[in-house]
Design a protein around this ligand. Structure first.
Ligand code: ASP
Length: 302
């Protein structure tokens, strides 16, 4: 397992991830440095907002939108294909004690913006299969299935279904931040697992499993085999150990990843930012795509 912990390097902190499955070589579409560039660009989108005194919520949403728009990552455009070749996306945001989440969304260009709208509307926390008309009424951008389906993902599904490559590729994206007023926020967005059965929902849109934020405690975003994260209620378990058990954040992240994810024979990665601005990045998968600012520079894991 790899665990990295960094003190706050400014009056705000931001960390993002692009999944814990490693390079999707079988897609055969990426050039040198493209993942790193995509992560750095998404980090900058969020950091610009925090630097200007903006909110943690705006920052995590901006970073996730940038990753959703980048076809290399399994969220928004470039999402993993389900068993029948179609795409449904899931996303969640949480900040200030409120959460919003969406599951099985087929036509929103940026699912994280729909999750945010669900949170702001306040009539529900989790909504599934929101129709295009509602998304349009909310003034959010639509996209059709052809926009999401990239040639690389089509090839990946073919290879998985033919047994040429394993299905265990985690590419979900997420961001966690604390702003200069001490507000914490988390956001996660995914296309789910490649070749997943119709109707499966992973951990990403489930508050407390793949996404969680509580002011004064921690913001967490996860990636990996969703079933383990759901059954271990991983993001909330980390918060509970810090809040009620007084655990150090890096210890809480490491132990929960070990016990609740590794203990179920699963792999994945976690990013967290504490109320003191400290950032933790951890994974028990072979690789993890992530970026944060450490020792004054943007550090990218790939
Ligand atoms: N956690 C996501 C899910 O289970 C997959 C991933 O992280 O790539 O849907």
């Amino acid at each position: 397992m790899n665990v990295f912990a960094y003190p706050a390097s400014a009056s705000w902190s931001l960390a993002i991830h692009g999944g814990a499955g490693g390079r999707v070589e079988e897609l055969g579409v990426q050039g040198d440095g493209e993942y790193e560039e995509g992560l750095a660009e998404a980090y900058r989108a969020g950091a610009l907002i925090l630097e200007a005194g903006g909110t943690a919520l705006d920052a995590v949403c901006a970073a996730v939108v940038a990753l959703e728009d980048n076809p290399l990552f399994n969220a928004g455009r470039g999402s993993a294909l389900r068993h029948d070749g179609s795409i449904q996306t899931d996303a969640a945001v949480m900040s200030g004690g409120r959460a919003g989440a969406v599951a099985a969304i087929e036509c929103a260009r940026n699912p994280v913006t729909v999750a945010r709208r669900v949170m702001e509307n306040g009539s529900a926390v989790l909504r599934a299969s929101i129709p295009a008309e509602t998304i349009e009424e909310w003034g959010l951008e639509l996209a059709d299935q052809e926009y999401f389906r990239t040639p690389g993902r089509i090839a990946q599904l073919d290879n998985v279904q033919a047994g040429r490559i394993p299905a265990q590729k985690h590419g979900t994206v997420g961001a966690v931040a604390i702003d200069c007023e001490g507000r914490l926020a988390a956001a996660t967005s995914t296309g789910g697992m490649v070749n997943q059965v119709i109707g499966r929902i992973g951990d990403s849109p489930l508050v407390g499993a793949g996404t969680y934020a509580r002011d004064g405690v921690v913001a967490v975003s996860c990636t990996g085999a969703g079933e383990a994260f759901i059954q271990g209620v991983v993001a909330h378990e980390i918060a509970a150990r810090v809040r009620h058990g007084g655990a150090d954040l890096a210890d809480a992240v490491r132990d929960v990843l070990d016990e609740e994810v590794g203990g179920r024979g699963a792999t994945g990665g976690i990013i967290a930012v504490g109320a003191d601005g400290r950032v933790v990045v951890a994974h028990n998968s072979p690789a993890m795509f992530a970026a944060t600012a450490a020792e004054g520079a943007v550090t990218v894991w790939s």
